[in-house]
Design a protein around this ligand. Sequence first.
Ligand SMILES: *Cc1c(COP(=O)(O)O)cnc(C)c1O
Length: 403
Amino acid sequence: MNTREWIDLEKNVLLHTYARPDFVISQGRENVLYDLEGRAYLDFVSGIAVCALGHVDEECVDALTQQAEKLWHCSNLYHTESQVKLAQLLVESTFADKVFFCNSGTEAVEAAIKFARKWGRAERGGAFQILSLKRSFHGRTYGALSATGQPNLQQGFEPMLPGFVFADFNDLLSVEKALSPSTCAILVEPVQGEGGIYPASVEFLQGIRRLCDRENVLLILDEIQCGFGRTGYFCAHEFYDIYPDMMTCAKPIAGGLPLGAVLLRDAVAACVEPGDHGSTFGGGPLVTAVAHRVLSRLKDQQFLSEVRNKGNYLMSQLNILQQVQSHIVEVRGQGLMIAIQLAVDPKQVIQHCAAEGLLICKAGGQAIRFLPSLTVTLPQIDNAVNILSRVLSRIGENGDTSS
Ligand SMILES: *Cc1c(COP(=O)(O)O)cnc(C)c1O
Protein backbone atom coordinates (compact mmCIF):
# COMPACT_ATOMS: atom_id res chain seq x y z
CA MET A 1 0.00 0.00 0.00
CA ASN A 2 1.19 3.54 -0.67
CA THR A 3 1.07 6.61 1.57
CA ARG A 4 -2.35 7.77 0.31
CA GLU A 5 -3.89 4.33 0.84
CA TRP A 6 -2.57 4.02 4.41
CA ILE A 7 -3.87 7.47 5.32
CA ASP A 8 -7.29 6.75 3.76
CA LEU A 9 -7.53 3.44 5.59
CA GLU A 10 -6.51 5.12 8.85
CA LYS A 11 -9.35 7.62 8.47
CA ASN A 12 -11.81 4.72 8.33
CA VAL A 13 -10.55 2.67 11.24
CA LEU A 14 -8.69 4.89 13.72
CA LEU A 15 -10.34 7.29 16.14
CA HIS A 16 -9.37 10.77 15.06
CA THR A 17 -7.57 12.18 18.13
CA TYR A 18 -4.51 13.60 16.34
CA ALA A 19 -4.17 15.89 13.32
CA ARG A 20 -1.27 14.31 11.44
CA PRO A 21 0.85 15.44 8.48
CA ASP A 22 0.45 13.47 5.26
CA PHE A 23 3.38 11.09 5.34
CA VAL A 24 3.73 7.67 6.93
CA ILE A 25 6.79 7.03 9.08
CA SER A 26 8.18 3.57 8.56
CA GLN A 27 11.71 3.51 9.98
CA GLY A 28 14.03 5.32 12.31
CA ARG A 29 17.78 5.23 12.80
CA GLU A 30 19.73 7.42 15.22
CA ASN A 31 18.24 10.94 14.89
CA VAL A 32 16.56 10.47 11.55
CA LEU A 33 13.11 9.13 10.61
CA TYR A 34 12.20 7.79 7.16
CA ASP A 35 8.78 7.74 5.52
CA LEU A 36 7.28 5.16 3.16
CA GLU A 37 8.59 7.05 0.14
CA GLY A 38 12.10 6.89 1.56
CA ARG A 39 12.23 10.59 2.49
CA ALA A 40 14.43 11.40 5.51
CA TYR A 41 13.42 13.70 8.37
CA LEU A 42 15.79 15.14 10.93
CA ASP A 43 13.90 14.31 14.13
CA PHE A 44 13.69 17.23 16.58
CA VAL A 45 10.60 15.78 18.27
CA SER A 46 12.03 12.39 19.26
CA GLY A 47 8.63 10.95 20.02
CA ILE A 48 7.89 13.98 22.30
CA ALA A 49 11.08 13.83 24.37
CA VAL A 50 10.99 10.03 24.52
CA CYS A 51 13.75 8.70 22.24
CA ALA A 52 16.62 10.25 24.23
CA LEU A 53 19.16 7.94 22.60
CA GLY A 54 17.69 8.26 19.12
CA HIS A 55 15.94 5.50 17.21
CA VAL A 56 16.75 1.79 17.31
CA ASP A 57 19.79 2.20 19.52
CA GLU A 58 22.06 -0.83 19.18
CA GLU A 59 22.58 -1.37 22.94
CA CYS A 60 18.84 -1.09 23.60
CA VAL A 61 18.09 -3.61 20.86
CA ASP A 62 20.57 -5.97 22.59
CA ALA A 63 18.95 -5.47 25.99
CA LEU A 64 15.49 -5.98 24.51
CA THR A 65 16.30 -9.13 22.52
CA GLN A 66 18.27 -10.72 25.37
CA GLN A 67 15.35 -10.21 27.75
CA ALA A 68 12.84 -11.28 25.09
CA GLU A 69 14.47 -14.72 25.03
CA LYS A 70 14.16 -15.04 28.80
CA LEU A 71 10.88 -13.63 30.18
CA TRP A 72 8.27 -11.16 28.90
CA HIS A 73 5.70 -10.92 31.63
CA CYS A 74 4.61 -12.63 34.80
CA SER A 75 2.78 -9.71 36.57
CA ASN A 76 3.69 -7.92 39.75
CA LEU A 77 2.47 -10.85 41.86
CA TYR A 78 6.03 -12.21 41.66
CA HIS A 79 9.61 -11.09 42.28
CA THR A 80 11.60 -10.52 39.09
CA GLU A 81 15.21 -9.47 38.56
CA SER A 82 15.28 -6.63 36.04
CA GLN A 83 12.67 -4.56 37.91
CA VAL A 84 14.76 -4.64 41.09
CA LYS A 85 17.92 -3.82 39.15
CA LEU A 86 16.27 -0.74 37.63
CA ALA A 87 14.86 0.42 40.97
CA GLN A 88 18.33 0.05 42.49
CA LEU A 89 19.83 2.21 39.75
CA LEU A 90 17.16 4.89 40.32
CA VAL A 91 17.61 4.88 44.09
CA GLU A 92 21.40 5.05 43.77
CA SER A 93 21.36 7.93 41.30
CA THR A 94 18.54 10.14 42.64
CA PHE A 95 16.98 11.45 45.89
CA ALA A 96 14.61 8.47 45.94
CA ASP A 97 14.38 5.83 48.66
CA LYS A 98 11.73 3.77 46.86
CA VAL A 99 10.33 3.37 43.34
CA PHE A 100 6.88 2.46 41.99
CA PHE A 101 6.53 1.35 38.35
CA CYS A 102 3.59 1.89 35.97
CA ASN A 103 3.19 2.28 32.21
CA SER A 104 2.95 5.95 31.33
CA GLY A 105 3.26 9.50 32.53
CA THR A 106 -0.37 9.99 33.35
CA GLU A 107 -0.34 6.79 35.43
CA ALA A 108 2.69 8.02 37.34
CA VAL A 109 0.78 11.21 38.17
CA GLU A 110 -2.30 9.18 39.22
CA ALA A 111 -0.13 7.12 41.55
CA ALA A 112 1.55 10.22 43.00
CA ILE A 113 -1.87 11.80 43.70
CA LYS A 114 -3.00 8.64 45.50
CA PHE A 115 0.22 8.39 47.52
CA ALA A 116 0.02 12.09 48.45
CA ARG A 117 -3.56 11.69 49.66
CA LYS A 118 -2.66 8.59 51.64
CA TRP A 119 0.17 10.57 53.24
CA GLY A 120 -2.13 13.55 53.89
CA ARG A 121 -4.62 11.32 55.66
CA ALA A 122 -1.95 9.86 57.94
CA GLU A 123 0.40 12.83 58.44
CA ARG A 124 -1.55 16.05 57.88
CA GLY A 125 -4.96 15.61 59.48
CA GLY A 126 -6.73 14.32 56.37
CA ALA A 127 -5.37 16.93 53.94
CA PHE A 128 -6.22 15.87 50.38
CA GLN A 129 -5.92 18.92 48.17
CA ILE A 130 -3.27 19.11 45.45
CA LEU A 131 -1.97 22.55 44.59
CA SER A 132 -1.02 22.68 40.92
CA LEU A 133 0.08 25.45 38.55
CA LYS A 134 -1.66 27.24 35.73
CA ARG A 135 -0.51 26.26 32.21
CA SER A 136 0.79 22.92 33.57
CA PHE A 137 0.30 19.54 31.90
CA HIS A 138 0.13 16.30 33.86
CA GLY A 139 -1.74 13.84 31.64
CA ARG A 140 -5.07 12.81 30.16
CA THR A 141 -6.65 10.47 32.72
CA TYR A 142 -9.05 11.99 35.24
CA GLY A 143 -6.73 12.58 38.18
CA ALA A 144 -3.88 13.89 36.04
CA LEU A 145 -6.30 15.89 33.87
CA SER A 146 -7.85 17.43 36.99
CA ALA A 147 -4.31 18.44 38.03
CA THR A 148 -3.65 20.01 34.61
CA GLY A 149 -3.78 23.80 34.58
CA GLN A 150 -5.23 24.12 31.06
CA PRO A 151 -9.03 24.42 31.19
CA ASN A 152 -9.32 23.91 27.40
CA LEU A 153 -8.09 20.31 27.84
CA GLN A 154 -10.76 19.65 30.49
CA GLN A 155 -13.61 21.16 28.49
CA GLY A 156 -16.29 18.63 27.60
CA PHE A 157 -15.10 16.11 30.16
CA GLU A 158 -16.31 17.71 33.39
CA PRO A 159 -16.80 17.17 36.21
CA MET A 160 -13.14 16.96 37.14
CA LEU A 161 -11.93 15.15 40.25
CA PRO A 162 -12.43 17.43 43.28
CA GLY A 163 -9.53 18.64 45.40
CA PHE A 164 -7.32 20.59 42.98
CA VAL A 165 -6.42 24.27 43.20
CA PHE A 166 -4.24 26.32 40.87
CA ALA A 167 -1.68 29.06 41.38
CA ASP A 168 0.35 31.15 38.95
CA PHE A 169 3.61 29.65 37.66
CA ASN A 170 6.77 31.46 38.82
CA ASP A 171 4.73 33.49 41.34
CA LEU A 172 5.54 32.35 44.86
CA LEU A 173 3.04 34.70 46.48
CA SER A 174 0.24 33.18 44.42
CA VAL A 175 1.28 29.69 45.61
CA GLU A 176 1.43 30.86 49.21
CA LYS A 177 -2.08 32.33 48.91
CA ALA A 178 -3.51 29.14 47.41
CA LEU A 179 -2.08 26.96 50.19
CA SER A 180 -4.57 25.85 52.87
CA PRO A 181 -4.78 23.38 55.76
CA SER A 182 -6.32 20.89 53.30
CA THR A 183 -3.31 21.01 50.96
CA CYS A 184 -1.34 17.75 51.02
CA ALA A 185 0.99 18.41 48.10
CA ILE A 186 2.26 20.95 45.59
CA LEU A 187 2.70 19.53 42.09
CA VAL A 188 5.16 21.31 39.77
CA GLU A 189 6.95 20.76 36.47
CA PRO A 190 10.47 22.23 36.90
CA VAL A 191 10.21 23.14 33.21
CA GLN A 192 6.62 23.34 31.94
CA GLY A 193 6.63 21.28 28.75
CA GLU A 194 3.30 21.06 26.93
CA GLY A 195 2.42 24.51 28.28
CA GLY A 196 5.17 26.03 26.12
CA ILE A 197 8.63 25.23 27.64
CA TYR A 198 8.69 27.62 30.57
CA PRO A 199 11.51 26.93 33.07
CA ALA A 200 10.72 27.61 36.72
CA SER A 201 12.89 30.33 38.22
CA VAL A 202 15.37 29.25 40.89
CA GLU A 203 13.67 31.52 43.47
CA PHE A 204 10.28 30.00 42.64
CA LEU A 205 11.26 26.34 43.02
CA GLN A 206 13.48 26.94 46.05
CA GLY A 207 10.70 29.07 47.55
CA ILE A 208 8.18 26.25 47.05
CA ARG A 209 10.56 23.78 48.71
CA ARG A 210 10.89 26.11 51.72
CA LEU A 211 7.12 26.57 51.82
CA CYS A 212 6.58 22.79 51.76
CA ASP A 213 9.06 22.31 54.61
CA ARG A 214 7.53 25.09 56.68
CA GLU A 215 3.89 23.98 56.19
CA ASN A 216 4.52 20.21 56.17
CA VAL A 217 3.28 19.74 52.61
CA LEU A 218 4.74 17.33 50.03
CA LEU A 219 6.57 18.58 46.96
CA ILE A 220 5.84 16.47 43.88
CA LEU A 221 7.94 17.27 40.83
CA ASP A 222 6.59 16.14 37.48
CA GLU A 223 9.76 15.43 35.50
CA ILE A 224 8.05 13.29 32.91
CA GLN A 225 9.23 15.56 30.10
CA CYS A 226 12.14 17.50 31.63
CA GLY A 227 13.75 14.63 33.56
CA PHE A 228 16.56 12.16 32.82
CA GLY A 229 18.99 14.33 30.93
CA ARG A 230 16.67 16.52 28.87
CA THR A 231 17.75 19.73 30.64
CA GLY A 232 21.38 18.62 30.92
CA TYR A 233 20.94 17.21 34.43
CA PHE A 234 19.96 13.66 35.30
CA CYS A 235 17.06 15.10 37.30
CA ALA A 236 15.92 18.59 36.29
CA HIS A 237 15.72 19.61 39.97
CA GLU A 238 19.50 19.19 40.41
CA PHE A 239 19.90 22.55 38.66
CA TYR A 240 17.69 24.11 41.37
CA ASP A 241 19.61 22.47 44.17
CA ILE A 242 16.45 21.09 45.82
CA TYR A 243 14.87 17.68 46.30
CA PRO A 244 11.22 16.69 45.94
CA ASP A 245 9.35 14.21 48.14
CA MET A 246 8.03 12.46 45.05
CA MET A 247 8.91 12.66 41.39
CA THR A 248 6.93 11.37 38.43
CA CYS A 249 8.87 10.00 35.44
CA ALA A 250 8.05 8.41 32.13
CA LYS A 251 8.81 9.67 28.61
CA PRO A 252 12.53 8.91 28.05
CA ILE A 253 12.96 6.30 30.78
CA ALA A 254 12.84 3.22 28.53
CA GLY A 255 14.04 4.73 25.26
CA GLY A 256 10.66 4.47 23.54
CA LEU A 257 9.03 1.57 25.37
CA PRO A 258 6.11 2.42 27.68
CA LEU A 259 7.25 2.75 31.28
CA GLY A 260 6.36 5.20 34.02
CA ALA A 261 7.66 5.52 37.56
CA VAL A 262 7.12 7.37 40.80
CA LEU A 263 10.22 8.02 42.88
CA LEU A 264 9.46 8.46 46.59
CA ARG A 265 11.14 9.39 49.81
CA ASP A 266 10.65 6.95 52.68
CA ALA A 267 8.41 9.39 54.56
CA VAL A 268 5.79 9.00 51.82
CA ALA A 269 6.59 5.39 50.97
CA ALA A 270 5.88 4.44 54.60
CA CYS A 271 2.19 5.40 54.12
CA VAL A 272 1.66 2.97 51.22
CA GLU A 273 0.73 -0.63 52.03
CA PRO A 274 0.33 -3.80 49.94
CA GLY A 275 -2.98 -3.60 48.10
CA ASP A 276 -3.11 0.21 48.03
CA HIS A 277 -2.06 0.52 44.41
CA GLY A 278 -0.93 -1.70 41.56
CA SER A 279 -0.46 -2.31 37.86
CA THR A 280 -0.66 -5.50 35.81
CA PHE A 281 1.98 -4.44 33.30
CA GLY A 282 3.91 -1.87 35.34
CA GLY A 283 7.69 -2.34 35.32
CA GLY A 284 7.63 -5.60 33.37
CA PRO A 285 10.85 -7.46 32.46
CA LEU A 286 11.18 -6.19 28.88
CA VAL A 287 10.75 -2.48 29.57
CA THR A 288 12.84 -2.45 32.74
CA ALA A 289 15.70 -4.32 31.04
CA VAL A 290 15.79 -1.65 28.33
CA ALA A 291 15.33 1.21 30.82
CA HIS A 292 18.35 0.03 32.80
CA ARG A 293 20.47 0.31 29.67
CA VAL A 294 19.01 3.74 28.80
CA LEU A 295 19.40 5.29 32.26
CA SER A 296 22.93 3.94 32.73
CA ARG A 297 23.89 6.03 29.72
CA LEU A 298 21.77 9.10 30.51
CA LYS A 299 23.22 9.46 33.98
CA ASP A 300 26.81 9.64 32.77
CA GLN A 301 28.29 13.05 33.74
CA GLN A 302 30.21 13.41 30.47
CA PHE A 303 27.02 12.70 28.50
CA LEU A 304 25.08 15.25 30.58
CA SER A 305 27.71 17.92 30.13
CA GLU A 306 27.51 17.39 26.35
CA VAL A 307 23.73 17.82 26.53
CA ARG A 308 24.24 21.16 28.31
CA ASN A 309 26.78 22.25 25.68
CA LYS A 310 24.55 21.23 22.78
CA GLY A 311 21.56 22.90 24.43
CA ASN A 312 23.52 26.13 24.87
CA TYR A 313 24.62 25.93 21.26
CA LEU A 314 21.06 25.45 19.93
CA MET A 315 19.84 28.26 22.17
CA SER A 316 22.58 30.63 20.95
CA GLN A 317 21.90 29.79 17.29
CA LEU A 318 18.19 30.49 17.80
CA ASN A 319 19.01 33.75 19.59
CA ILE A 320 21.13 34.80 16.61
CA LEU A 321 18.28 33.88 14.27
CA GLN A 322 15.86 35.92 16.39
CA GLN A 323 17.93 39.06 15.78
CA VAL A 324 17.35 38.89 12.03
CA GLN A 325 13.96 37.19 12.02
CA SER A 326 10.95 39.24 13.14
CA HIS A 327 8.66 36.18 13.31
CA ILE A 328 10.53 35.00 16.43
CA VAL A 329 9.19 36.70 19.55
CA GLU A 330 11.12 34.81 22.23
CA VAL A 331 13.54 31.90 22.65
CA ARG A 332 13.36 30.02 25.97
CA GLY A 333 14.17 26.69 27.57
CA GLN A 334 16.89 24.68 29.21
CA GLY A 335 19.25 22.03 27.86
CA LEU A 336 17.75 20.35 24.82
CA MET A 337 14.23 21.45 25.73
CA ILE A 338 13.79 24.69 23.84
CA ALA A 339 10.86 26.62 22.39
CA ILE A 340 10.49 29.69 20.26
CA GLN A 341 7.45 31.89 20.57
CA LEU A 342 6.26 32.90 17.11
CA ALA A 343 4.41 35.90 15.72
CA VAL A 344 3.02 33.66 12.96
CA ASP A 345 0.94 30.46 12.95
CA PRO A 346 3.15 27.64 14.33
CA LYS A 347 1.17 25.02 12.39
CA GLN A 348 2.31 26.51 9.13
CA VAL A 349 5.94 26.64 10.25
CA ILE A 350 5.81 23.01 11.42
CA GLN A 351 4.28 21.93 8.12
CA HIS A 352 6.89 23.73 6.02
CA CYS A 353 9.75 22.43 8.15
CA ALA A 354 8.49 18.86 7.66
CA ALA A 355 8.37 19.43 3.90
CA GLU A 356 12.02 20.52 4.14
CA GLY A 357 12.93 17.43 6.17
CA LEU A 358 12.81 18.72 9.75
CA LEU A 359 10.34 17.52 12.38
CA ILE A 360 9.48 19.95 15.20
CA CYS A 361 6.27 20.18 17.21
CA LYS A 362 3.92 22.69 18.77
CA ALA A 363 4.04 23.78 22.40
CA GLY A 364 1.26 25.65 24.18
CA GLY A 365 -0.07 28.82 22.60
CA GLN A 366 1.94 30.12 19.66
CA ALA A 367 5.24 28.29 20.15
CA ILE A 368 7.24 25.52 18.53
CA ARG A 369 9.38 23.05 20.45
CA PHE A 370 12.80 21.56 19.80
CA LEU A 371 13.19 18.21 21.55
CA PRO A 372 15.95 16.44 19.64
CA SER A 373 17.36 13.19 20.87
CA LEU A 374 20.10 13.87 23.43
CA THR A 375 22.57 12.25 21.03
CA VAL A 376 21.93 14.97 18.42
CA THR A 377 25.12 16.33 16.81
CA LEU A 378 26.21 19.96 16.28
CA PRO A 379 25.99 19.63 12.46
CA GLN A 380 22.41 18.33 12.90
CA ILE A 381 21.62 21.36 15.07
CA ASP A 382 23.06 23.66 12.37
CA ASN A 383 21.03 21.84 9.76
CA ALA A 384 17.81 22.23 11.77
CA VAL A 385 18.37 25.95 12.40
CA ASN A 386 19.13 26.49 8.69
CA ILE A 387 15.90 24.79 7.65
CA LEU A 388 13.91 26.83 10.17
CA SER A 389 15.58 30.03 9.02
CA ARG A 390 14.70 29.28 5.38
CA VAL A 391 11.10 28.48 6.27
CA LEU A 392 10.62 31.59 8.39
CA SER A 393 12.07 33.92 5.78
CA ARG A 394 9.67 32.50 3.22
CA ILE A 395 6.69 33.30 5.42
CA GLY A 396 5.53 36.90 4.85
CA GLU A 397 4.48 39.48 7.41
CA ASN A 398 0.86 38.30 7.38
CA GLY A 399 1.87 34.66 7.68
CA ASP A 400 1.45 33.84 3.97
CA THR A 401 4.16 31.94 2.17
CA SER A 402 5.64 33.85 -0.73
CA SER A 403 6.95 30.79 -2.56
C1 LIG B 1 3.69 13.88 28.61
C2 LIG B 1 3.52 14.33 29.99
C3 LIG B 1 2.63 13.69 30.89
C4 LIG B 1 1.75 12.55 30.44
O1 LIG B 1 2.49 11.43 30.04
P1 LIG B 1 1.79 10.27 29.16
O2 LIG B 1 2.83 9.20 29.09
O3 LIG B 1 1.45 10.87 27.84
O4 LIG B 1 0.59 9.84 29.91
C5 LIG B 1 2.57 14.16 32.17
N1 LIG B 1 3.33 15.18 32.61
C6 LIG B 1 4.19 15.82 31.79
C7 LIG B 1 5.03 16.93 32.32
C8 LIG B 1 4.31 15.43 30.45
O5 LIG B 1 5.13 16.09 29.63
